[in-house]
Design a protein around this ligand. Structure first.
Ligand code: A2P
Length: 320
């Protein structure tokens, strides 16, 4: 499989299986079918509520000899209630225990948002901790320690804009190697992609298929999978709309983690690496950008919260 390279020579497979919204009871079969199909990269997080079952699938595949641990790339993430240094080692150890692993390949700060330690899902302003009290630099220095302790091979962040990345770049001894953000033709992240390129930070695209928007038609949200431009390009290449979206992201050098619990779609998504879009296709898709977020972050910015959308998403020197 095509990979991206880290500076120490490690290779991260460019296509991973996403597990956000994969329900317990479905995700084990999905992970096993993905590994049988040839996936070697699984993207996880404790907040998805399914790491124990993902771990069962990984353990079963290793026990059956389908794959070796060192052939797999496993990513997980630090949840917002564990940003304080004393909570970080217990958090990664719980994830490792659930996944039944000795180390992660990549560990990410899930959001630049801090909750009180006993709050998983904040409901009121008081559930948050102000970022000045537990600065991102403090949590990032903790991530560097986790790496030094051998609990993870690589470290990075998710949902960081260039401003929050810059804070780490300017003040810490190591910079993130990865930033995982929402990315698809409706949210092309051109400025962030450019900034990360200049800093040698790789990008992973989450929700590359539009986060299941087609199943939420009543909500009046735009559906990228059925967009006429995408469908026309799919017809031209005799492939599916999903494969166009994924091959577009691969051609831009971003890692993709499409979520599916359906074996046929799991296979279809992996086969997207064989679709080669041309310049005309790329130009047409570039016209679809509308800065639209399926995961808009408003769940962190309700009244009384110390966080706002500008803190989350405004790129340096750009006002939204
Ligand atoms: P399912 O798990 O039933 O396959 P994203 O990765 O952008 O969040 O998108 C995931 C959503 O897209 C899920 O609802 C998933 O449903 C669906 N999906 C995954 N792969 C495909 C595909 N190849 N074609 C159509 N829908 C897909």
């Amino acid at each position: 499989m095509t990979s991206i390279n880290f500076s120490n020579g490690d290779e991260m497979p460019i296509i991973g299986l996403g597990t956000w919204k994969s329900k317990p009871g479905e995700v084990k079969v999905a992970v096993i079918s993905a590994i049988k199909e040839g996936y070697r990269h699984i993207d996880c997080a404790p907040i998805y509520g399914n790491e124990f079952e993902v771990g069962e699938a990984i353990a079963e595949c290793i026990a059956k000899g389908l794959v070796k641990r060192e052939e797999l790339w496993i990513t997980s993430k630090l949840w917002n209630n564990a940003h304080r240094r004393e909570n970080m080692v217990p958090a990664i150890k719980k994830t490792l225990s659930d996944l039944k692993l000795d180390y992660l390949d990549l560990y990410l700060i899930h959001w630049p948002i801090v909750h009180k330690p006993d709050i998983v899902n904040p409901k009121e302003g008081n559930d948050f901790i102000n970022i000045n009290e537990v600065p991102l630099t403090e949590t990032w220095n903790g991530m560097i320690e986790l790496k030094k302790a051998g609990l993870t091979k690589h470290i990075g962040v998710a949902n960081f804009n260039s401003k929050n990345l810059n804070e780490l770049i300017k003040n810490c001894e190591e910079k993130p190697e990865m930033n995982q953000v929402e990315l698809h033709p409706f949210l092309q992240q051109i400025e962030l992609l450019q900034f990360c390129k200049t800093q040698s930070i790789q990008l992973t695209a989450y929700s590359p298929l539009g986060s299941g928007a087609e199943s939420r038609k009543g909500d009046h949200i735009p559906v990228i999978l059925g967009h006429e431009v995408i469908v026309q390009i799919a017809d031209k290449h005799k492939c599916t709309a999903a494969q166009v979206l994924l091959s577009w992201a691969i051609k831009r050098g971003t890692v993709i983690i499409p979520k599916s619990v359906n074996p046929n779609r799991i296979a279809e998504n992996l086969a997207s690496q064989n679709i080669k879009l041309d310049e005309e296709d790329m130009i047409k898709i570039s016209g679809l950008d509308r800065q639209y977020r399926y995961v808009d972050g408003t769940f962190w910015t309700f009244e009384g919260s110390p966080y706002d959308l500008d803190f989350l998403w405004a790129e340096e020197n750009v006002i939204i």
